[in-house]
Design a protein around this ligand. Sequence first.
Ligand SMILES: [Cu+2]
Length: 384
Amino acid sequence: MKLSAAILSATAIGLSAVQVANAQQTQPACSSVYTRKELLSLTASEWSLYKSILTAMQRDGWFAWFSYLHNTWFGSIHGQSQFFPFHRRFVYEWEKTGKRYNSAFAQPYWDEMRDYRTPASSQVLTSNWVGGNGQGTNRCVQNGLQAGWTMTYPNSHCFSRSFSNNGNPTSWYSPEYIESVIQRSADMTAFRPGIEYSLHGIVHLNMGGDMAQRYSPNDWIFMLHHANLDRLWWQWQSGHNHMWTMDGPNSDGNAISINSNIAYFNEPIRNVMQLGYGQMCFQYSSNPIRRRNLDASTTQKISAALPQDVLSEWFPDTAKSPAAAVATVDSAVAASGKPIPYPGTLTDDWISKQHLDRAAVRRVEADARSFVDAMKKAKYNSPH
Ligand SMILES: [Cu+2]
């Protein structure tokens, strides 16, 4: 007893010393950390366990509850800096709910950039996983995890998807472009729209049906999608010196900071900033099997293939230390590359339904097209 009291008071003293040195870091380190895997890397037994958990969550009304929350708070959590912290906390809440059914549950992510050329042909969208496009007039989904489900929020309807562009969703954003956004964003005011108005928006729009609504958590793709976006935020935070970066206006118009509360949850943003601390006892797998997005081989390929001026403009971090990367470029991958296609754009209708700043969306889309043009001009072929 005496010993643990001594440790406790030492910890308390230690904490206040840390607080002086680093006011941000107030959460204790996790004693153990679990891994959020890429969906397609789950084992057969993990996936069958997860399917039974998710089916029970639907039976107990959790899909409806999370859709209700997302719809109700929609205006405070999109188009502004609350976007990343709110969705990190929201997906965590979902995951914690799943863990009540079985503690082995960990919310997977969809490695979406891998499927950017032809999203509809993604393995994720097959009957083995989350199923594909809806059928018939009501676009009811008839295969995969949520086949034949009836959703109850905001009213009773079949679970639906309606792929955009007449079932042929447009390309979305390459691993190279997302990497470029990560490297070029100096603050949250740049990073948030760079991701929210690019990959975030087009996946919601391209999936259509429930996923294109303000109650999009009806589609489990929502959680796969936001876990992936969260993984990108973490990559920007941890790999690019932005661990505690939070700026821009809050939903009330005042400046946001890590001491502001997360919308709905009323907990300070700082509590969710650092994975591996406080309640955020998870990490993301780096997906070693597929070696696709945002990994060393991509940046190596980029740095070997592009001249210094193009690197400096689009990949400033890579430009600072290209030599080591060039030495290990994967030539087999480089030889089989193809030019990057233009990403699709968000529709005016969807932008206005989501109450997003249309000019800001179009700026991000124009940036992404300039990127494709710059890569084309530099004769860059993507291995992805
Ligand atoms: Cu959202």
